[in-house]
Ligand binder design. Structure first.
Ligand code: ADP
Ligand code: MG
Length: 320
């Protein structure tokens, strides 16, 4: 199977929202009047971001999910994406399953595949997503204000727990492992919540490298600090709800520094609490308050009693 047959078979579908999709030198996008384009790229590299044994359907899902998560963090509505694919060979079963996982998530979000590039090489998946957001209405990392509440969506830490189980550093009961593995392999980008938080949240980020590491980006860009209740955060470990008797220290580590969560962390003024909760309800996304934004720079981690935990947490850093 040649390059063009491969593109035709697995990655070409009639565009619906975009004026021009796969097949020409460029695709054409038409944002609605008054909207800005939000653009983001994320790359998944075998051995770095996933194992060679990864299920191709789930990999297709995840490759797009991590990109949609960036749109979610900006409050943008998905519009279209491009796919740059390096493949060691044209394995039809693999390609079929990969495309299925990818395009099922794309359809669920009305996000069209409009182009890309295909080449032979070590397996690598690069996606660029395009979304729409009302001009001036994007949620940014830079908008957090002292006094804001600090919120997170969903559950945290389970993707990292699954990774640790794969590495053999922890042993999990089968149902807990399966649930955690699903969080690692098939994250749910919080697109609807991000859009619902427009005009409510002052700042947002999606959590890919660990809550504290990513929160650090918000604090730097907003020139503020924060206090985080480690116990309120630790309660968000999904495995705990499944009865996994995690040691408290391990739970804090997983939730605060785990990574690969693809939940949203966001800051909103206290008088917007009811609006935040309504946004969570209408989009079917749990939202939890885990701290506050301070004028004083730096990150203070405290326990449920407000006692500082004297430890240094760091987000997962690819080059460490
Ligand atoms: P060019 O030589 O102009 O870069 P290509 O020959 O690489 O174009 O690709 C032909 C068409 O197929 C283009 O419209 C391109 O966007 C699309 N395309 C290539 N690879 C993919 C892919 N993996 N998924 C979707 N579309 C793709
Ligand atoms: Mg090309």
């Amino acid at each position: 199977m040649g390059e063009f047959e491969l593109i035709e078979r697995f990655f070409t579908r009639a565009p619906r929202r975009s004026p021009l999709g796969v097949g020409d030198d460029c695709a054409l996008l038409q944002p609605r009047p008054g909207m800005q384009l939000a653009v983001s790229s994320d790359m998944l590299v075998e051995g770095r971001h996933f194992l060679s044994t990864a299920d191709p359907r789930r990999l297709g899902h995840k490759a797009l999910a991590v990109n949609l998560s960036d749109l979610a963090a900006c409050g943008a509505e998905p519009l279209a994406f491009t796919l740059a694919l390096a493949l060691p060979g044209a394995d039809e079963a693999w390609l079929g399953a990969f495309a299925e996982g990818l395009l099922a998530l794309a359809d669920a979000h009305g996000c069209e595949l409009v182009g890309g590039d295909t080449t032979r090489g070590p397996l690598c998946i690069g996606i660029t997503v395009f979304g729409e957001v009302p001009a001036g209405g994007a949620l940014l990392r830079s908008g957090a204000r002292p006094g804001d509440d600090l919120w997170v969506s969903g559950t945290l830490g389970d993707a990292r727990l699954a990774l640790e189980a794969f590495r053999g550093t922890v042993s999990l009961p089968q149902p807990v492992f399966e649930a955690a593995r699903l969080r690692m392999e098939q994250p749910s980008p919080r697109v609807a919540l991000g859009m619902a938080l427009r005009g409510i949240a002052n700042a947002a980020i999606d959590i890919s490298d660990g809550l504290l590491g990513d929160l650090g980006h918000v604090l730097r860009r907003s020139a503020v600090g924060a206090t985080v209740d480690a116990d309120a955060a630790a309660a968000l470990l999904g495995a705990r709800a499944l009865g996994w008797p995690a040691p408290p220290e391990a739970m804090r580590d997983l939730v605060l520094a785990g990574g690969d969560d693809y939940e949203l962390a966001f800051a909103a003024p206290p008088d917007a609490r009811a609006a935040v909760e309504a946004a969570g309800r209408t989009t079917g996304t749990p939202v939890t308050r885990i701290g506050r934004i301070d004028a004083e720079a730096g990150l203070r981690i405290v326990d449920a009693q407000g006692v500082p935990l004297g430890r240094d947490w760091q987000g997962f850093d690819h080059f460490r």
